[in-house]
Design a protein around this ligand. Structure first.
Ligand code: 4NP
Length: 159
């Protein structure tokens, strides 16, 4: 059977702070429109330090506070991901540089900066890992809500 699902992979450096939030919020965004079954969504890391771990507790707290479920564990991006996913979305310029370096020549996925879909123009989702509080996680959540809506609208208008 032909697989008509759209496939999106959210990427950050460690896959324990920003990309799990982006993944969870985008999944909820499409679920709330009853479009969840049309999407295949995951997240992954540039680096391998946290493979197998759940997100940072501050990311989980932030998602819980906003009633967004999450049950995934960190993994590292593979070269196969670049041909499986239609869209691979990074959180900052450093992610985009790493993604462009890792992408095998001629691979399918479009490499996109998630923040380019923010109608408020806040393009960079800053790494909050080394912060001493949760404010950066809340900000990442708010950006992810706006960017998820913007990204979905972009895809819906794409022909
Ligand atoms: P993330 O944050 O990329 O948003 O998941 C980080 C988490 C861990 C590390 C760096 C960034 N680290 O170096 O371990």
């Amino acid at each position: 059977m032909v697989d008509h699902k759209k496939k999106a992979l959210f990427i950050c450096l460690g896959n324990i702070c920003r990309s799990p939030i982006a993944e969870a919020v985008f999944q909820k965004t499409v679920n709330d429109m009853n479009l969840g079954e049309h999407w295949d969504i995951d997240s992954a890391a540039i680096g391998g330090w946290h493979v197998g771990n759940p997100p940072d507790w501050r990311a989980l707290d932030t998602l819980k506070k906003h009633n967004v479920p999450y049950n995934n564990h960190a993994r590292q991006i593979t070269s196969e991901d670049f041909d499986y996913y239609d869209y691979i979305l990074g959180m900052d310029e450093s992610n985009m540089k790493d993604l462009n370096k890792k992408a095998p020549k001629g691979s399918k996925a479009k490499l996109l900066l998630f923040g380019d879909f923010d109608p408020q123009g806040d393009r960079i989702i800053r790494d909050p890992y080394y912060d001493s509080d949760s404010k950066g996680f809340e900000k990442c959540y708010e950006q992810s809500v706006r960017c998820s809506k913007g990204f979905w609208e972009h895809i819906a208008n794409e022909k």
